[in-house]
Design a protein around this ligand. Structure first.
Ligand SMILES: NC(=O)c1ccc[n+]([C@@H]2O[C@H](COP(=O)([O-])OP(=O)(O)OC[C@H]3O[C@@H](n4cnc5c(N)ncnc54)[C@H](O)[C@@H]3O)[C@@H](O)[C@H]2O)c1
Length: 246
């Protein structure tokens, strides 16, 4: 699944699923631009040490001007972005009774508007080149609603699913494929807050009897952006150990 000659932009790549995805894309030969609100130098150093090409920019994806500036700068250095992985995301626990309006707005701003901002910034040059692959990292919560998260999270991921399909329809004529990966229960900082009891309860509901690893999601992304998935667009690919089969 060689991606050599391509440049990929991965948001939220400083850790977790984003870091694993950046490393996996680099292993396939893509140059990788990592964008995160945190420092991502460690992930970039790891890719460079393995002979890959990588750059990082500290940007909040919910800030559309900062995203546009970053994409312009990154394309000047790393070349045109041919692959976009919208992975940056935040969650909060609780219910509709305790979520604040600020929290609701922040989750939608990062998860939905942040994904849109990055699409808006990279799509014009993809259209010009008649080539592009976009993968949005959504969640099982976007399909079945929130189980333990505050309701803004599932709502945001449902919106990302609709964004994925809307862009897939609008951009197919331009040779741009847009898909999503919907993980459930992946071992990252996001899931590290679970108690041992909760982890056991979650694993008990997964037919493959384990939590997912960041690499499980990363490999699904690599497939969707590769030529092997050339006839796939508008797909929401479950990576959930069989938890939801729809
Ligand atoms: N871990 C899971 O079980 C799970 C399940 C379903 C979906 N997901 C989704 O996968 C994606 C990655 O999750 P993860 O588990 O690796 O989480 P994580 O918290 O380990 O990593 C998220 C990354 O996004 C970055 N980020 C947060 N806000 C940002 C912003 N405003 N601008 C730029 N970067 C920002 C963080 O700094 C961090 O590096 C998220 O979209 C999440 O919703 C995760």
């Amino acid at each position: 699944m060689s991606l050599s000659g391509k440049t990929a932009l991965v948001t939220g790549g400083a850790r977790g699923i984003g870091a694993a995805t950046a490393a996996a894309l680099a292993r396939e030969g893509a140059g990788v631009v990592i964008v995160d609100i945190e420092q991502a130098d460690g992930v970039v150093d790891g890719i460079l040490a393995n002979g890959g090409k990588a750059w990082w920019y500290q940007v909040d994806v919910s800030d559309h001007r900062a995203v546009e500036d970053m994409v312009r700068t990154a394309e000047g250095t790393a070349g045109p972005i041919g692959i976009l992985v919208n992975n940056a995301g935040i969650i909060s626990r609780g219910t509709v009774l305790d979520i604040s309006f600020e929290e609701w707005n922040r989750i939608l701003a990062v998860n939905v508007t942040g994904s849109f901002n990055c699409c808006k910034a990279v799509i014009p040059s993809m259209v010009e080149r008649h080539d592009g692959r976009i993968v949005n990292i959504t969640s099982v919560a976007g399909k079945i609603g929130d189980i333990t998260a505050a309701p803004a999270y599932g709502t945001s991921k449902g919106a990302v699913n609709a964004l994925t399909k809307s862009l897939a329809r609008q951009l197919a004529d331009y040779g741009i494929r847009v898909n999503a990966v919907a993980p459930h229960a992946i071992e990252t900082d996001m899931s590290a807050q679970w108690s041992e009891e909760k982890r056991r309860a979650i694993i008990a509901e997964i037919p493959l009897h384990r939590l997912g690893l960041p690499a499980d999601v990363a490999q699904a992304v690599v497939y969707l952006v590769s030529d092997a998935a050339g006839f796939i667009t508008g797909e929401i690919l479950d990576v959930n150990g069989g938890y939801l089969m729809d």
